[in-house]
Design a protein around this ligand. Structure first.
Ligand SMILES: *Cc1c(COP(=O)(O)O)cnc(C)c1O
Length: 230
C-alpha cells in the first residue's frame, strides 16, 4: 500500500520540524523546497495541490517542459532553478523561474540582469558556493563568495536573496556540517551589508537535519518525498 503524496509531504515537513526543534529553531523558519527533477508534470501538479508551495528544477529544459502545466494551477508554486544555468538558457530560465539559486559568476549575473532589465523586472537570485571544494561541483569558491555576492547585490534588476550549496558528498557528520557552516559564515558576512541576503538553501534528503542545525532556511528534498529516482 503506497502512501499519498500529501502524506509524504506532511511526513517530510514533520521531519523538518523535528530537526528544527532539536536545535531550538522555529520550524516556521525552514521552508521545504521539493526537488522535482525527473518527476513528470502530473506528479509535480499533484504535489502542488497537496500543499507544496516551492519547487526546484535542475534543468531549464525540464523546467520549460513542466512550466505550462504549472501555469494551469490556481495557486502557482514558487519555482527555483537549482541546477547549473548555461548562459544560452537564460531566457528560458527567466520565463519559468522566480529565483535562480545557482549564480556563480559575475558574467552570468550580468547576463541575467540584462535580460531582467529588458523586461523591466527584478529577479531573486542566490549565489551558489562550492563549500566542499569538490572539483566536479559548480559554485564559487568560499573565499570568493562574499566578493561575488557583494557585486551581484549591486546589479540593477537582481535582488540577492542569499546563498545555496550542495553539501559535502560524505556520511561524516562533521565534514558535511563544516560545509554548511561555511555557507552560513559567508551569509553572515554578506547579510551585514545586504539585508535581503538571508536565505541559506542547503540540505538534501540524506543530510537535511545537519543543514537545519547549521541554519538552513530552505531544504531541498527529492527522494525523501518522491522515493528513489529511476
Ligand atoms: C536532486 C537535488 C536535490 C534533492 O536531492 P534528494 O537527495 O533527492 O533529496 C537537492 N538539490 C539539488 C541541487 C539537487 O540536484
Amino acid at each position: 500500500m503506497s502512501t499519498s503524496t500529501a502524506d509524504r509531504i506532511a511526513a517530510a515537513r514533520e521531519r523538518i520540524a523535528r530537526a528544527s526543534d532539536a536545535v531550538g529553531r522555529d520550524p516556521g523558519d525552514v521552508r521545504l523546497l521539493l526537488a522535482t527533477k525527473t518527476m513528470p508534470a502530473d506528479v509535480v501538479l499533484e504535489a502542488v495541490r497537496a500543499g507544496a508551495d516551492l519547487i526546484g528544477e535542475n534543468r531549464v529544459q525540464e523546467l520549460a517542459a513542466k512550466g505550462p502545466a504549472l501555469d494551469t494551477l490556481a495557486e502557482r508554486p514558487q519555482v527555483h532553478l537549482i541546477g547549473h544555468l548555461q548562459s544560452n538558457k537564460v531566457n528560458a530560465a527567466l520565463r519559468w523561474a522566480d529565483c535562480l539559486e545557482t549564480i556563480d559568476t559575475l558574467a552570468l549575473a550580468e547576463r541575467v540582469a540584462r535580460r531582467c532589465h529588458a523586461e523591466s523586472r527584478v529577479l531573486d537570485v542566490m549565489v551558489q558556493v562550492n563549500t566542499s571544494d569538490e572539483p566536479t561541483k559548480s559554485g564559487v569558491p568560499p573565499e570568493q563568495a562574499a566578493e561575488l555576492a557583494d557585486a551581484v547585490a549591486e546589479i540593477e534588476g537582481l535582488r540577492l536573496r542569499g546563498f545555496m550549496t550542495i553539501g559535502a558528498n560524505s556520511d561524516d557528520e562533521r565534514e558535511v556540517r563544516a560545509s554548511y557552516a561555511r555557507l552560513r559564515a559567508v551569509r553572515d558576512e554578506v547579510a551585514g551589508r545586504v539585508p535581503s541576503a538571508r536565505e541559506l538553501s542547503m540540505g538534501m534528503s540524506r543530510d537535511f537535519p545537519w543543514a537545519v542545525a547549521e541554519g538552513a532556511t530552505i531544504v531541498r528534498l527529492g527522494t525523501a518525498v518522491f522515493g528513489p529516482r529511476s
